[in-house]
Design a binder for this molecule. Structure first.
Ligand SMILES: C[S@@+](CC[C@H](N)C(=O)[O-])C[C@H]1O[C@@H](n2cnc3c(N)ncnc32)[C@H](O)[C@@H]1O
Length: 326
């Protein structure tokens, strides 16, 4: 549960206390700690995301980070993708990109990469074509607290769908609300200052994801955010903000919910950094070597994404047994 603990170290300009539900020391997942120590302090210190959407099993992959800021997650992915992979960071702010670019050479040398496998590009995440990004150019798209800053989330999701290869994944973290925000909350100066006014009701976000071509959005982790400012908490009138990490897979034949075909999946323990278990989402944690019942969409994800090869799928889809009940 390292991923969950790390979420206690969110930086929200001081607006949030660490979530009460989180126990144990805050810190990055174990598989990332050593890499982080090789990323320059300025980059790590200026991280302003809200989770750990650093994908597993990306060696040799092409990865895109939307709203990359000063590039911490780009450099983490560059290490995991290896010299045969490539990571592009995209942001609208030239100053942030300049900081990221100024650290490329030193970081590549610390990672032992003979040539840089990163590039930083200026652009807006709601129109990736303007930044020259073509259809199906990436295996994985990530984002850490940037999507909600864009008013038209559906447009962002459609763009992500366009630039992902078939079987690709959008793995991202952002802040969501547990209900639609009342107008007085979105107008609240403190909410605006903390850039929370764009936080969608999580249910509405899931609907938009489906509309954009991601039929079965998966929540990996979620943490309630406790506001440090008690007055603001009162003014919110019962709204709770959550930091949520999602996985959306671009697979045309996913159904809109899990169906039971009597299948199971066994994790081989072969994903680097995940020798003992792999967490696909909050409902699907696979122990290495242990066959576990799985719904039709889950087995499809495991056999048709970059995760294929790390799982053995038991059974086929010939017979349907009704809705999947874990
Ligand atoms: C909260 S910061 C997160 C930065 C980075 N992901 C991190 O974790 O440190 C949000 C980032 O999104 C960028 N951003 C916001 N709206 C954007 C847009 N429409 N297009 C591109 N970048 C955007 C901002 O410039 C900022 O760097």
């Amino acid at each position: 549960m390292d991923d969950v603990r790390w979420s206690a170290s969110f930086r929200y300009g001081g607006a949030f206390d660490p979530p009460e539900t989180v126990a144990g020391p805050a810190g990055p997942p174990r598989r990332l700690r050593e890499i982080l120590s090789r990323i320059p302090d300025e980059v790590v210190d200026r991280f302003s995301g809200c989770g750990s959407p650093i994908p597993e099993a990306i060696e040799g992959c092409r990865v895109l980070d939307l709203g990359c800021g000063t590039g911490r997650d780009v450099f983490l992915c560059a290490a995991l993708a290896g010299p045969g992979g490539f990571v592009m960071g995209l942001d609208r702010e030239v100053d942030l990109l300049a900081v990221a670019r100024s650290h490329v050479e030193a970081t590549m040398s610390r990672l032992g990469h003979p040539e840089p496998n990163v590039a930083f590009r200026q652009g807006v995440i709601e129109n990736l074509g303007d930044a020259g990004l073509e259809d199906e150019g990436f295996d994985v798209v990530i984002s850490n607290r940037a999507v909600n800053m864009v008013p038209d989330k559906l447009r962002v999701l459609r763009e992500v769908h366009r630039v992902l290869k078939a079987g690709g994944e959008f793995y991202f973290a952002d802040v969501y609300a547990d209900r639609r925000l009342p107008p007085e909350v979105t107008r609240d100066p403190e909410v605006i200052r903390e850039q929370l006014g764009g936080a969608l009701y999580v249910g509405d976000f899931v609907r938009k994801a489906r509309q954009a071509g991601f039929p079965d959005p998966r929540i990996v982790s979620r943490q309630p955010l406790n506001l440090a400012d008690a007055d603001l908490q009162n003014r919110l009138g019962g709204v709770t903000f959550w930091a949520v990490t999602f996985r959306l897979f671009k697979l045309a034949d996913l159904e809109d919910g899990e169906e039971d075909y009597g299948q199971a999946a066994r994790y081989r323990g072969t994903i680097p950094g995940c020798a003992h278990h792999f967490v696909l989402d909050a409902d699907n944690r696979f122990e290495a070597g242990l066959a576990r019942r799985a719904g039709g969409n889950t087995t499809r994800i495991l056999e048709a994404s970059r995760l294929a090869g790390h799982f053995e799928i038991l059974g086929d889809r010939d017979r349907h047994f009704g809705p999947f009940r874990p």
